[in-house]
Design a protein around this ligand. Structure first.
Ligand code: AP5
Length: 221
């Protein structure tokens, strides 16, 4: 499986990536997670990226491309990959095509997680992340205490809100998506790679439709 999950902030890319990892053992490569790790480690790159991310803007292409090049070179990516949050503009998409051409591992599908903008605001303001297990909750749709049982945090999550999930930043992120990322829909449609999945259904329904859209064999329950 070599796919891109394309979609607005809060459309469910991270949630669906976790289910794909569990079902198919393919690594998720999330530029957002890689950047947040750099921020948490306090690296020079992390310090530079933090201000940009907290403002809801896109980090420099050169930084993100360097991270992707390094990550795709790791052995587990030879099994395939789920790109989550990358590419995010046409320049990144062109660079990705070149890189995957060099690796002899072209994309098989690009899935647009299709959802109305008004649903996203609630999803993003409601998102909370357990700082011990990394599990993602939502105070509206999947609050702490909802299944599955989590052994790592013993079902007692210490919850954090992402700085860019504050109401005043969300509008900017959605604006950046419309202006810079949405043009990728036509780009990948023209390349014959685009698949569209309705992302406003419940998590399992979205997952079933996503698997069908990329032609993945039925996942064991
Ligand atoms: P990134 O981390 O990629 O964030 P994003 O694209 O804005 O996406 P999110 O992580 O917010 O949402 P998601 O679609 O994964 O939704 P999730 O599954 O969590 O990027 C952050 C920042 O890093 C960017 O703003 C930028 O600054 C920088 N960056 C990253 N990549 C970059 C790049 N390539 N170039 C330049 N800069 C880059 O779900 C959201 C919530 O909804 C959760 O609470 C979840 O529980 C809930 N939910 C999910 N699915 C459902 C469902 N079906 N029903 C009900 N609730 C649901």
């Amino acid at each position: 499986m070599r796919i891109v999950l394309l979609g607005a902030p809060g459309s469910g890319k991270g949630t669906q990536s976790q289910l794909l990892i569990k079902a198919y053992g393919v690594p998720q490569i999330s530029t957002g997670d890689l950047l947040r790790e750099a921020v948490a480690r306090g690296t020079e790159l992390g310090v530079r990226a933090k201000a940009v991310m907290d403002a809801g803007k896109l980090v420099d292409d050169s930084i993100v491309l360097g991270m992707i090049r390094e990550r795709l070179a790791q052995p587990d990516a030879a099994r395939g990959f789920i790109l989550d949050g990358f590419p995010r503009n046409i320049a990144q998409a062109e660079a990705l095509q070149k890189l995957l051409g060099e690796l002899g591992a072209p994309l098989e599908a690009v899935v647009l997680m299709d959802i109305e903008m008004d649903v996203l605001f609630k999803r993003l303001t409601g998102r909370r992340i357990c700082q011990d297990s990394g599990r993602v909750f939502n105070v509206f749709t999947s609050p702490p205490g909802s299944p599955p049982h989590c052994a790592r945090c013993n079902d007692m999550p210490r919850l954090l809100q992402r700085p860019d999930d504050r109401e005043e930043v969300i509008g900017k992120r959605l604006e950046v998506y419309e202006a810079q990322t949405k043009p990728l829909v036509d780009y990948y449609r023209a390349a014959g790679l685009l698949r569209i999945v309705a992302a406003d259904a419940d998590v399992q329904t979205v997952f079933d439709n996503l698997c069908r859209a990329v032609g993945a064999p039925p996942a064991a329950q």
